[in-house]
Design a protein around this ligand. Sequence first.
Ligand SMILES: [Zn+2]
Length: 136
Amino acid sequence: MKPLQPTLYELADDGHSLNFFFAQCSACGGLSFPANAPGCMHCGEPLSQATRITRPGGGELLEFVTLHVPLLPGMAAPSIAGDIRIAPGIVEEGVMAVADESALKHGMAVRAVAEVKPEEGVYACRFVPVNEGAAQ
Ligand SMILES: [Zn+2]
């Protein structure tokens, strides 16, 4: 099973959570995502010398919206897209793996988990509320 986007994340040791790859700037110490970005998101320093950092994927859910048409070909609709602050100054759009918006709140902690697509031999990144993951 391979990651759908191997430059962005990998399966964590628990076999379900995802770790995200960041680049830590040698000049200002800030994290950039994705790790293969050409320059630091904070100060613009080239990231060719940057340290690669692996951290558990997740963060703070800032906004979310239900999409009634697929965001990408093959994606289920309706689906819920969220803006997640995955590190200071870094906000990424992600797909929320919840039944509907009633499970979500602005500012809640979410974490990245793998959604396995066996027919394609890959896993994709989805976000779930942290407390929901702990309950299972
Ligand atoms: Zn920097």
